[in-house]
Design a binder for this molecule. Structure first.
Ligand code: TYD
Length: 150
């Protein structure tokens, strides 16, 4: 067991469906602590850094458009970001989240339950860091150290 931190972002489909509370409660019930939380208005430069690992893929531009809320005319480019801390937080969260493609996600996972729009991989409910290296990079991008509980 390892104490870990992971970054969670509520994707625009979750924001629009008003599912943030339900999603957060699933993570809380894993025994994880919410050690940072904020609402942010994002811009393209932030997303290009966040998705630096997707640079060069055919879908990166549409993923960034989606994350900026352009797909459903949310009132601004809002995003809700959280840092969760706990033992094996990264893999626990990814397990509850399910496979990237909601059509392939197990039915008890968040993506299996809430990200189920046919032929749209992007609308998959939540972003969660994939591994320890990404988690450290992403947390530093979204939060200042003093915004995270000690
Ligand atoms: P990725 O980091 O591979 O997946 P995950 O979010 O599970 O860590 O991809 C980032 C996002 O890009 C993913 O959540 C949805 C979108 N995406 C596509 O639109 N098409 C694709 O073929 C893939 C792999 C991802």
């Amino acid at each position: 067991m390892r104490m870990e931190q992971t970054l969670i972002l509520m994707k625009p489909d979750t924001i629009q469906k008003r599912l943030i509370g339900i999603v957060l409660s699933r993570f809380e019930s894993l025994g994880l602590d919410i050690v940072a939380a904020k609402a942010v208005v994002t811009n393209r430069a932030l997303w290009e850094q966040h998705y630096a690992n997707l640079k060069g893929t055919p879908f990166v531009d549409s993923v960034i458009d989606f994350m900026m809320g352009n797909f459903n005319n949310l009132p601004d480019h809002r995003m809700y970001a959280f840092v969760l801390r706990g033992e094996n937080a990264i893999s626990k969260v990814r397990t509850v989240l399910g496979a990237t493609n909601p059509e392939k996600a197990e039915p008890w996972t968040l993506r299996g339950q809430f990200g189920c729009i046919k032929n749209d991989v992007m609308q998959n409910a939540v972003h969660a860091s994939g591994n320890a290296e990404d988690a450290a990079r992403e947390i530093a991008l979204w939060f200042k150290p003093e915004e995270i509980l000690p």
